[in-house]
Design a protein. Structure first.
Length: 151
C-alpha cells in the first residue's frame, strides 16, 4: 500500500447501515439484551451441537441413569423451553431491525419523491422558457427587417 492510499475498511464494514449500528449500540446498553444476544448466538452455533453430542454420549456411556433417561429428558425439555424463548427474542430483535430499515427506506423514498417533484418542476420551467425563446426567435425571424435610420 502506498503512503497516499487510505486503508480499506474491514470486509463488510463499509456497507453497514448507520441505523443498524445505532440500534446495536442501543441494544448493548441493557445487560439483558447482551445476555440474550450471547445465548442466542451460542445456541445457534455448531459448538452448541457438538457440546450436546458429547453431553448425551457421556450421559449414556457413563450410565448416569438408566433407560428411558427420565432426568435427561426433563433437562433437555427445560432447555428447549428456554431456547424457544431465546429464539423468539432473536426473532423480535430481527423484526425490530427490519422495521428500522423499512422506516429508513420509506424516509429515503419520500425524500427522493420530493426531489423528483422538484426536478419535474424545474423541467417544466425549462420547457416553458425554451418555448418562449423559440417563439421570440421565430417572431423576430418573421418580422420585416428594420432599416437603420440614415446617418
Amino acid at each position: 500500500m502506498h503512503a497516499s492510499e487510505e486503508p480499506r475498511p474491514p470486509h463488510g464494514a463499509h456497507g453497514v447501515n448507520p441505523a443498524l449500528v445505532r440500534h446495536a449500540r442501543e441494544r448493548s446498553v441493557s445487560i439483558q439484551n447482551r445476555l440474550a444476544d450471547r445465548i442466542t448466538a451460542f445456541s445457534g452455533s455448531m459448538r452448541f451441537v457438538y457440546l450436546h453430542v458429547v453431553w448425551f454420549t457421556c450421559w449414556i456411556a457413563l450410565g448416569v441413569e438408566s433407560y428411558p433417561y427420565g432426568l435427561l429428558t426433563m433437562i433437555v425439555s427445560l432447555e428447549a423451553i428456554f431456547l424457544s424463548t431465546f429464539v423468539m427474542i432473536s426473532q423480535n430483535r430481527a423484526d425490530a431491525k427490519r422495521e428500522l430499515l423499512a422506516n429508513q427506506q420509506w424516509r429515503t423514498v419520500q425524500e427522493e419523491d420530493r426531489q423528483n417533484q422538484e426536478l419535474l418542476d424545474l423541467s417544466r420551467q425549462i420547457l416553458e422558457l425554451t418555448k418562449a425563446v423559440h417563439e421570440a426567435t421565430r417572431t423576430a425571424a418573421l418580422a420585416p427587417p428594420t432599416t437603420p435610420p440614415p446617418a
